[in-house]
Design a protein around this ligand. Structure first.
Ligand SMILES: [Ca+2]
Length: 161
């Protein structure tokens, strides 16, 4: 019998908070929430729920009048699902307000974590492997006021023995 040995060449650090607050979300049934994180990712002193979501891909609305393909045209898997980062503000009483929903990611996300610094840590996977495949990279993102800017990227190497 083969043994799977995983060698993870990066330090994942410590998560800032649990995601237990981000439950009871009422999302479209076609959305699959892969991971949630709860913490202040926008730097305003109030916590948000950050979700890694895979959902049916849709092109940008500008595709209707654009002359060329949009930058997200290939950002989906073979089944037509794309990966998105979603930021929601908990309002209490199981209510949430949408803060930001990102475009279909070029490099899809699986796990999300909010670091004590407020940066968002994303484990990236591939559209071919799917949302539950082993990560291929870990990236850190900082809130810009209307979205995230990538701060760092570290590739992940898995070794099978
Ligand atoms: Ca915040």
């Amino acid at each position: 019998m083969k043994t799977l040995v995983l060698t993870f060449f990066i330090s994942l650090g410590q998560a800032a908070a649990s995601s237990t607050t981000c439950t009871a979300l009422r999302l479209p049934s076609t959305w699959e929430v892969i991971s949630t994180a709860y913490g202040d990712v926008t730097g305003d002193g109030q916590a948000e729920c950050v979700l890694s979501v895979w959902r049916p891909w849709r092109d940008w609305p500008i595709a209707r009048w654009a002359t060329g393909a949009t930058p997200v045209i290939n950002n989906h898997d073979a089944g037509g699902r794309s990966s998105h980062i979603v930021v929601l503000k908990p309002l209490g009483k199981r209510q949430y307000r949408e803060v930001w929903v990102g475009s279909a990611l070029f490099q899809p996300a699986s796990q999300v974590t909010i670091l004590p610094s407020g940066r968002l840590r994303v484990t990236e996977t591939t559209y071919k492997g799917g949302p539950h495949a082993l990560g291929t990279a870990v990236t850190e993102w900082a809130w810009t006021g209307f979205g995230f800017s990538r701060v760092s990227q570290r590739m992940v190497t898995w070794q099978l023995k």
